[in-house]
Design a protein around this ligand. Structure first.
Ligand code: FAD
Length: 446
């Protein structure tokens, strides 16, 4: 059974979905509002007209990359299973490092799209405006091209891959509305130079916050990091820096420009930068309330992919966070492609609804707030990807990949937080990965 499938977005998720759907024999249109494929990995120096990303009429910018960004996962781990992310001079690698800069990832994704012919089914400059169910099992996709021509096309299924790192979430800080300094979200951070001699407070100490604090330290007068995962009394000078401190959370901001931390410290600051993550956002999706976003829970979704009532016609790739994104998207894509052709059978609607309910109850019982619904820890990630592989009857994460995920996380967050991109001790796993890659790199298009 072959279907006509619309994919929304040509970032890493949309490209690998496109590839897996084509491999399965479906016909595919990948809609992409931008002018090239690669999604988040297309760096731009442009920023939004509202640096906090709140104004609904702001000029939107999709990518959240900063100029200095190097990947935070080793390339062996990061690449698709069917197309390893190896450094290849003959394919125009621009950065051979194990943790390369962002340009190398864009090159890799664009090569992937070309190599597997996915670029042939991408419609660039075409923004999806509306997606809705018609006639109980067909989907209408309304889109607008660059020349403002609006079109509608009917599909058997829609896969949503529009990314979720573009719409900022902000920290709630008492008194912030009358605080006179400049506020922004890391989505609009590009380079450190404009922060020369300023006192900057970063709220949030994960992925972007960890990188941006080091970027800023060479320019700003002082960098103060507010973290919600440390004890209230925390006030620690950061090793290797004489102008950077880690604090507990911000308690309030005052009209006189000062900011008070829970540890009692008071800092007079020029800038507050929210490094506090992003919101899921599906402005084009019309499901009569069947799929909602509530406190960053997209739901109900069976295994983070299929809304039970609309399955298999509607699906989402790439919603979970703290995963190994590209090969994760690849496994979800294989599952969707197989389900759409009827090769893989989903449980009944009732069973899927029960499964989602049980999952939500488990989260609640463990005290996790809704906004953690799609955040996976290491054991959940391995369990989930093994489960997907079993559904698809395909290769799950290889043993070296599982071990490397663990060693890379440990290196980045515990052993060498400041230098993990240049020092590591899992060479034996790199060797195993490279041995494994030979079967793909010597005969890639099969
Ligand atoms: P995106 O790459 O965001 O692609 C979505 C696409 O959908 C875009 O091209 C967009 O233009 C398009 N689109 C959106 N709406 C519409 C519409 N209505 N109509 C048509 N097209 C639309 N991951 C890693 O593996 N390693 C890293 O080191 C890493 N570092 C990161 C650093 C930062 C700062 C951020 C923000 C993310 C990082 N990630 C990293 C995660 C990264 O975002 C994912 O790896 C992956 O690129 C996400 O792919 P995606 O396809 O889901 O979304």
């Amino acid at each position: 059974m072959f279907r006509h499938v619309a994919v929304i977005g040509a970032g890493a998720a949309g490209l690998v979905v496109g590839h897996e759907l084509l491999r399965e024999g479906h016909t595919v249109v990948v809609y992409e509002k931008g002018e090239q494929v690669g999604g988040s990995w297309i760096y731009t120096s442009e920023t939004e007209s509202d640096p906090l990303g709140v104004d609904p009429n702001r000029y939107p910018v999709h990518s959240s990359l900063y100029k200095s960004l190097r990947v935070n996962l080793p390339r062996e781990l990061m690449g698709f299973q069917a197309y390893p992310f190896v450094a290849r001079n003959d394919e125009g690698s621009v950065d051979l490092r194990r943790y390369p800069g962002h340009e190398e990832v864009l090159r890799y994704l664009q090569n992937f799209a070309r190599e597997f012919g996915v670029d042939q089914v991408v419609r660039l400059h075409t923004e999806v405006l509306n997606v809705r169910l018609v006639d109980s099992n067909k989907w209408k996709v309304k889109s607008r091209k660059k020349d403002d021509v609006v079109e509608e096309e009917t599909f058997d299924a829609v896969v949503v891959c529009n990314g979720h790192f573009s719409v900022p979430r902000l920290a709630q800080v008492p008194g912030i509305d009358s605080w006179p300094g400049k506020q922004m979200h890391s989505h609009n951070y590009r380079i450190p130079n404009p922060f020369q001699d300023q006192v900057v407070i970063l709220i949030g100490h994960y992925a972007s916050g960890l990188d941006i604090k080091r970027d800023l330290a060479g320019f700003a007068k002082e960098v103060h990091i507010a973290s919600r995962s440390v004890a209230d009394e925390t006030h620690e000078k950061q090793p290797g820096y004489d102008n950077m401190w880690l604090h507990s959370m911000v308690e309030r901001a005052n009209e006189d420009g000062t900011v008070v931390f829970r540890n009692g410290r008071v800092v007079s600051a020029d800038v507050i930068m929210h490094c506090t993550g992003y919101k899921y956002n599906y402005p084009f999706l019309e499901t009569n309330g069947i799929v909602t976003v509530d406190d960053n829970r997209v739901g109900p979704l069976y295994k983070h992919v299929f809304p039970p009532v609309l399955a298999p016609g509607l699906s989402f790739v790439g919603i979970p966070q703290k995963v190994i994104p590209f090969p994760f998207f690849e496994l979800q894509s294989k599952w969707i492609a197989g389900v759409l052709s009827g090769r893989i059978v989903l449980p009944s609607q009732d069973e899927m609804i029960e499964d989602v309910k049980a999952f939500y109850s488990k989260l609640e019982a463990s005290g996790k707030p809704k906004r953690y619904t799609h955040i996976m820890d290491y054991p959940q990630l391995i369990e989930y990807t093994d489960w997907l592989a079993a559904q698809c009857n395909c290769q799950g994460y290889e043993e070296w990949r599982k071990q490397m995920a663990y060693s890379a996380f440990k290196n980045a967050f515990i052993t060498r937080p400041g230098t993990y991109r240049d020092e590591w001790d899992d060479e034996h796993l790199v060797a195993e990965a490279n041995k494994d890659f030979i079967k793909y790199t010597s005969n890639k298009s099969k």
